[in-house]
Write a protein that binds this ligand. Structure first.
Ligand code: BV8
Length: 249
């Protein structure tokens, strides 16, 4: 199908849908100016991030890992949600049952006003005490001290994110799979679909009869399994779909 035909087919789909689930990855924040993980300007490529976003890297050199997160927080702090984020926040008001599941830790979906968010991999603006397990929000950019210490017990604080080799919160993951298996339409936006278990969520949607729409600049390992694949920038495609949506309300 041509791109326009696909856009209107998605508009039709959304016309009748009540249960809509969205899965996002770093690509949805790219047009806000946040580097993705595996693209040309990829965050991972320049900073060996896959070695930095691990418990062993933090154990070995907490200062280096915190310098990397402080650098990323500095990039994220001033950026604003882009038109793609804003369309999704609007859809939360339109669809009777709407949920957004994100792999991103940048907090831009919250900044766009979206409320019902499942953060699979945590949030870069939250920190966790490595002794007490308490989680606090810290918006300092740059950080006042590196590495930051717990104000009450002086133990090391760590980013409240899920590193490679760490398990996701089972509550959040179970809810994500339940939402994916019960939705009528699932959008998979701006993810290379290589990181597990997030990349399996769209498959649980197709297995239970949902229509899956992928929005990405390039094909991914998921593309052969989706119903509609829209190639392009999510910040441009989502407003087009929104404009073409045939919805009574
Ligand atoms: C787990 C938080 C159980 C931190 C992240 C061997 C040993 C140990 C584990 C494994 C192993 N083999 C596999 C695993 C599992 C591993 C995994 O999946 N590895 C992959 C790489 C093979 N997963 C885990 O470890 C997970 N835990 O499985 O626990 C367990 C425990 C022990 C042992 C085994 C299993 C934990 C995974 C979470 C890791 N944490 N982030 C931080 O950010 O600092 S993952 C990181 O990647 C981000 O969260 C990111 O969201 C995620 C996925 O990346 P994407 O979002 O997809 O971003 P990417 O750059 O890749 O792609 C961007 C896409 O957007 C591209 O397709 C591009 O084309 C597109 N795009 C760009 N611009 C636009 C666009 N699209 C539209 N519009 C645009 N404008």
């Amino acid at each position: 199908m041509s791109e326009n035909a696909d856009i209107s087919a998605v508009g039709e789909l959304l016309g009748e849908a009540n249960r809509v689930v969205i899965l996002t990855g770093a690509g949805i924040s790219a047009e806000s100016g946040i580097p993705t993980f595996r693209g040309e300007d990829g965050l991972w490529r320049k900073y060996r991030a896959e070695e930095l976003a691990t418990p062993s890297a933090f154990h070995q050199d907490p200062k280096l890992v915190w310098e990397w997160y402080d650098w990323r927080r500095g990039i994220i702090a001033p950026v604003e949600p882009n038109p793609g984020h804003k369309v999704l926040a609007r859809w939360e008001e339109i669809f009777p049952e709407f949920a957004l599941i994100t792999q991103n830790i940048d907090g831009l979906h919250q900044k766009s006003g979206l409320k019902n968010i499942l953060e699979l991999h945590g949030n870069i603006w939250k920190m966790r005490c490595t002794e007490e397990g308490t989680v606090t929000e810290n918006l300092d950019s740059p950080l006042k001290e590196i590495p930051p210490l717990c104000p009450s017990c002086k133990a090391l604080l760590r980013p409240h994110v899920v590193w490679y080799g760490e398990s996701l919160s089972s509550t959040i993951l179970q809810r994500a799979f339940l939402l994916s298996s019960q939705c009528e339409v699932m959008f998979v936006i701006g993810t290379s679909a290589v990181v597990q278990p997030a990349a399996s969520l769209p498959l649980s949607a197709t297995e239970t009869g949902a229509k899956v729409v992928e929005i990405n600049l390039n094909p991914t390992p998921l593309t052969p399994y989706v119903d509609i694949s829209l190639m392009g920038k999510s910040g441009e495609i989502l407003p087009l779909i929104d404009k073409n949506m045939k919805r009574k309300s």
